[in-house]
Design a binder for this molecule. Structure first.
Ligand SMILES: [Zn+2]
Length: 313
């Protein structure tokens, strides 16, 4: 999701064109509810809305979901999908002019499979000879500075490149449920690098970083970056300040308990995320940790024992 100014009132107009009068609207959260067309027409056979207002849309996140028929009738996903399903091509075109980045088909077309750079060396596989080189020492010094342990290097197959496209970068690979690589983070270990991160071009929105390591039955921690996630077992990084629709709907379907831990400077975003997630069947199952001062998860080495895990009103 990008941060450019979107005319949300125009988005609401389109939604009202398609779905009729709204039931509830919180324009601060970007949340609006309507009668669900699938519940009303397809399930109940009504010629009008059922008056329940179960279809909830968050137009700031670009997602929708019916709290009743989402699972049985796939009534959830992006607003793009919603307009495609219930609206007409003109409305879809209008919407894409307001939020061009939401064109999923466009993103799908540019999707390429990911491979680790050919210069990639996993720290765990580094030979004795390599360990004596200044390149290795420089990369490894960064690992130590970030408090990353040998166990973590092993567990996450963390490595580095000292030449090539990803020269002087630490690489944290991400593997999907079938242990296939689906993404990696490449962070510079030089203090003067202009470009801190240089990540492969993929559809980041459909990736759950290291999904293969997630145990959905255990509490899941939601963190900001990949470097945070390696410190907390069973955590998922959002890879940015906002949660993708794919991660949101996967959590909604699979998670039993969620704990949000974002950086101290992102408390407002964390609160918003809390309220977004704490809905429907996740209601009451979302928790949050407020980190103090400048300390991020890596500074704390993933040790949250001094912090209260709480719920918000
Ligand atoms: Zn419905």
């Amino acid at each position: 999701m990008t941060d450019h100014e979107v005319d949300y009132s125009a988005v609401v107009d389109i939604l009202e064109d398609i779905l009729g009068d709204y039931k509830l609207h919180n324009d601060y959260k970007g949340q609006i509810s309507f009668d669900c067309p699938t519940c009303s027409y397809d399930i109940k056979g009504l010629e009008h809305g059922d008056g329940k207002g179960n279809l909830e849309i968050n137009y700031k996140y670009g997602v929708y979901k019916c709290w009743v028929c989402a699972e049985t009738h796939q009534t959830h996903g992006s607003i793009y999908k919603l307009i495609k399903k219930y609206g007409n091509p003109k409305q879809l075109k209008k919407y894409l002019l307001l939020k061009p980045e939401d064109d999923e088909e466009n993103v799908k077309r540019t999707y390429k499979p990911v491979k680790l750079p050919k210069e990639f060396i996993a720290f765990k596989d580094a030979s004795f000879g390599l360990k004596l080189t200044p390149q290795y020492k420089q990369a490894f010094a960064y690992i130590k500075k970030r408090n990353i342990t040998d166990f973590m290097l092993q567990m996450y197959n963390i490595g580095f490149c000292h030449s090539g496209e990803y020269q002087n970068r630490i690489i944290i690979p991400s593997y999907d449920e079938n242990k296939n690589l689906n993404y990696f983070i490449a962070r510079s270990y030089l203090s003067y690098s202009k470009l801190k991160y240089k990540n492969p071009e993929v559809q980041k929105e459909i990736i759950i970083f290291n999904e293969g390591l997630i145990n959905w039955d255990e509490p899941i921690y939601i963190v900001e970056g990949a470097f945070d996630s390696i410190f907390i077992p069973n955590s998922i990084p959002m890879l940015g300040k906002f949660m993708s629709e794919h991660l949101f709907s996967t959590l909604y379907e699979k998670a039993k308990k969620l704990i949000i831990v974002l950086d101290p400077d992102a408390w407002n975003d964390a609160e918003k995320l809390y309220h977004k997630l704490n809905c429907g069947k996740l209601m009451g199952k979302v928790w949050i940790v407020k980190l103090e001062g400048e300390m991020d998860i890596a500074d704390l080495k993933g040790d949250l024992s001094g912090y209260e895990i709480k719920q918000l009103d």
